[in-house]
Write a new protein. Structure first.
Length: 95
């Protein structure tokens, strides 16, 4: 659990406005209808929301970190009221 909290803290820092001076980059992301997305992620990958954050900087979206405690997989998503996009996914390193 401490590793998860540390990971989220790092992600929050990296996504903070303090990095506004950085160059903008665009990357392709996979987006899906929001309907039943969280249920699908839990059923298919065993990932449940560990953190849900409201993004109010420029658009009203929600950022969620989904996490599977058994195998350490995670998915970072952002969604509005109709569409969810996967920003990143991976597996927590073992120490």
């Amino acid at each position: 659990m401490k590793k998860t909290i540390a990971f989220v803290m790092v992600m929050m820092f990296l996504l903070s406005p303090s990095f506004a001076f950085a160059n903008e980059k665009y990357k392709p992301v996979k987006c899906f209808p929001l309907d039943d997305f969280y249920k699908l992620m839990e059923n298919k990958f065993g990932e449940k929301p560990a953190f849900i954050l409201n993004n109010t900087l420029d658009i009203n979206t929600t950022i969620s970190l989904l996490f599977n405690k058994q195998d350490g997989t995670w998915t970072l998503v952002e969604h509005d009221k109709t569409t969810v996009c996967i920003l990143g996914m991976g597996k927590m390193p073992t120490v």
